[in-house]
Design a protein around this ligand. Structure first.
Ligand code: KIV
Ligand code: NA
Length: 265
């Protein structure tokens, strides 16, 4: 089982083999996800929502992302591990962007970083790449700039926004990104980007015409019940599963069924 590298992902696009990507935030689940054979594990700043319970991705810190990243890397043997650069650690300051990316790579032993934006962050990306750190882009719905948009609705439906997205995608490729995540944009636009670009395009809510798919692990496992956008396919109802198990445990404790004779010393 060879380790997935950015080169392997590029080969996969070339061979029209789809890339399966999921998020993870901790050692135990990352180990399961990796052993199941996922190609890329994203330590997403969605940890801010699903791990910490914040409303947005903005509050999570670099130290917290590093904690999640290092935990995931210790559980992974095969998948390429990408760590999100959190809000406020790169925007508008390429020197800070580089030192943040270096901290992530040194302290987590991850394989790459991901950051949000197009033209605005090209200088940051160039500087990070100069240190030999692979960078993944992220366009379309970019949750770190939620306060600029005010909603999590589909992006780039208007022609001007679509045009900027296509330009940004080309710019990210020219700058040297090894891949791009496209979030919540029309499927035909996402397909056009994937067709025009030579680097792998991984979609979330971007249709099937791209080179791979990514979902938030806790969403696809059905751990949280509130979040149900159209693009989310739930592969399990882990909320019900866990809730049932915990309910049984409570019953067994109350009825002194647990622990039994064999479960004590
Ligand atoms: O943080 C995250 O989970 C992400 C994915 C939704 C792409 O950026
Ligand atoms: Na993210």
């Amino acid at each position: 089982q060879r380790k997935v590298t950015t080169h392997v992902l590029s080969e996969m696009k070339h061979n029209k083999e789809k890339i399966a990507m999921l998020t993870s935030y901790d050692f135990s689940l990352a180990k399961i996800v990796d052993q199941a054979g996922v190609d890329v594990i994203l330590v997403g700043d969605s940890a801010s929502n699903v791990m910490a319970g914040w409303e947005t991705t903005l509050p999570i810190t670099l130290d917290q992302m590093i904690y999640h990243g290092a935990s995931v890397v210790r559980g992974v043997k095969r998948a390429l591990v990408v760590v999100d650069m959190p809000f406020g650690t790169y925007q508008g300051n390429s020197k800070e962007a580089l030192s943040s990316a270096i901290r992530i790579m040194k302290e987590t032993a991850a394989d790459a970083v991901k950051l949000e934006g197009g033209a605005e962050v090209v200088e940051c990306i160039t500087r990070i790449l100069s240190a030999g750190i692979p960078v993944m882009g992220h366009l379309g719905l970019t949750p770190q700039s939620i306060h600029k948009f005010g909603t999590y609705t589909v992006r780039a439906k208007q022609e001007d926004e679509a045009k900027k997205l296509i330009e940004d995608a080309h710019l990210l490729q020219e700058t040297g990104c090894f891949g791009i995540v496209l979030e919540k944009i029309p499927a035909d636009l996402a397909k056009r980007v994937a067709d025009e670009l030579t680097i792998p395009i991984v979609g979330i809510g971007a249709g099937s015409g791209v080179d791979g798919q990514v979902l938030v692990l806790h969403d696809m496992l059905g751990i949280n019940q509130e979040f149900s956008p159209r693009f989310l396919r739930r592969y399990h109802n882990l909320f019900a599963e866990i809730s049932g198990a915990v309910g049984n445990y409570i019953q067994d404790v109350k009825s002194v069924d647990f622990p039994n004779e064999r479960e004590q010393y």
